[in-house]
Design a protein around this ligand. Structure first.
Ligand code: ADP
Ligand code: ASP
Ligand code: MG
Length: 401
């Protein structure tokens, strides 16, 4: 039989009982004749707790030391799971990211996997061992431990599945699949049997944190068979794949992302080169800009607004403020009490009126829109954070998904 990669998220390994549950599931898959590689996240809220410990000592710790600290969470769960599996009498070994050959770039806190040297993994599998790998971490060319960004264990799992040419990659979590909206607050959300890589990538990038967006990117690139399913119930989950029957559904999901902040530059000169100046300043600092809105020029001036992540807000404001005179802005304002709410679906490509339906839902709910952006398979609006959950529910109901 083949190689199966399973990933268990933080809630699935939160305490001893749940670790035992995972050990049972893993050994069942092994006993059925498969080679099994298991990726684990830190237990429960461990990563948040570690971050809180750091800030007690240093408000601005180096990213290198943060990665050193955060990577310890996954080391706890991998060894505990290995012990639980030993207890059941099965051969097992746990490996950190570097022991498993996970080579990453050097940008601490948000490193990318460059390649996985599977030699050690393969050797352990050849010895018929169940291999547990710490998710979310790797090592860079200077031998520093790196982490892959919050939620990055999904990406570890998919990368391992791709490098080992695994038959499938199963992502076990606290929901039983990908839903049309976050089932935690949208009670009418429906589970999807399947979803395309492209749609899932949009959903994940727009706030559906059930999968790390880079894991979906990688699954698409290497054609990894991906399934999101429950670690508690034994039922089918959601298959993520290249193609599905999209005709049935106009939109596939509604998401919200609270990690947005808006910056507006007021009364810029209405002449060529202004947007170039603004956005090249930010690009030089590696600050990504998302939704951009430029007002019509009136009396020789125009305003430009755009969004960045909350983590980049302070630095972006600093840079713009330093260059305020050069840019010719009269004022720079910002707002970080916002959310981006989006609808996603390949079915909207050839359907006029999808955006209008979304705006109607927001109008019915009395919610004001600050900015709008669209692409072939999504429409996003920027609204006040306090309205975000209501907006998702209203839009979801309006489309009658
Ligand atoms: P894990 O610790 O297993 O990685 P996460 O918290 O990262 O789990 O992801 C699972 C959570 O994602 C769910 O509990 C759910 O609240 C949230 N979520 C957001 N959007 C969706 C969606 N469209 N479908 C399913 N879950 C979603
Ligand atoms: N433990 C890490 C986090 O909380 C990685 C993960 O769970 O995927 O972000
Ligand atoms: Mg996650």
């Amino acid at each position: 039989m083949g190689i199966i990669v399973q990933k268990y998220g933080g809630s699935s390994v939160a305490n001893a009982e749940r670790v035992k549950n995972v050990a049972n599931r893993v050994t069942e898959t092994y006993s059925a004749g498969n080679s099994v590689v298991v990726v684990v996240s830190a237990q429960g809220d461990t990563t948040d707790d570690l971050i809180a410990l750091a800030t007690e000592l240093n408000q601005n710790p180096s990213k290198r030391e943060m990665d050193m600290l955060m990577s310890s969470g996954e080391q706890i769960s991998m060894s505990l799971l290995a012990m639980a599996i030993e207890q059941l009498g099965f051969p097992v070994v746990s490996l950190t990211g570097w022991q498993a050959g996970v080579d990453t770039t050097s940008n601490a806190g948000n490193a990318r996997i460059k390649k996985i040297d599977t030699e050690r993994l393969q050797r352990e599998l050849d010895k018929k061992k169940i291999v547990i790998v710490a998710g979310f971490q790797g090592i860079d060319k200077y031998d520093n431990i790196t982490t892959l960004g919050r939620g990055g264990s999904d990406t570890s799992a998919v990368a391992l599945a791709a490098s080992l040419h695994a038959d499938k990659c199963e992502i076990y979590t606290d929901v039983d699949g990908v839903y049309t909206a976050d089932p935690r607050f949208v009670k009418s959300a429906k589970k999807l049997d399947e979803i395309t890589y492209d749609e899932m990538l949009e959903l994940a990038s727009l706030g559906a944190n059930v999968l790390h967006n880079r894991s979906v990117e990688m699954a698409k690139k290497y054609n990894v068979k991906l399934e999101v399913k429950s670690s508690f119930e034994r039922i089918n989950g959601t298959i993520v794949k290249e193609r599905c029957d999209v005709e049935k559904m106009l939109i596939r999901g509604v998401t919200r992302d609270n990690d947005v902040a808006k910056i507006a530059l007021i009364e810029l000169a209405d002449e060529p080169g202004v947007a170039f100046k603004v956005f090249s300043l930010l690009a030089k600092e590696g600050i990504n800009v998302d939704v951009i809105l430029q007002s019509i020029g009136r009396t020789n001036s125009k305003d430009i607004s755009f969004t960045v992540t909350k983590g980049n807000l302070e630095r972006a404001l600093e840079i713009l403020d330093e260059n305020k005179a050069m840019l010719g802005a009269s004022t720079i304002v910002h707002n970080d009490e916002l959310s981006k709410v989006s609808i996603v679906g390949a079915g909207m490509v050839n359907n006029a009126g999808v955006a209008a339906t979304m705006f109607e839902a927001l109008f019915d709910a009395g919610i004001n829109i600050h900015m709008i952006s669209t692409s072939e398979i999504k429409v996003s609006v920027l609204i006040d954070r306090k309205d975000a959950e209501k907006a998702v529910v209203s839009i979801h109901d309006k489309f009658g998904i």
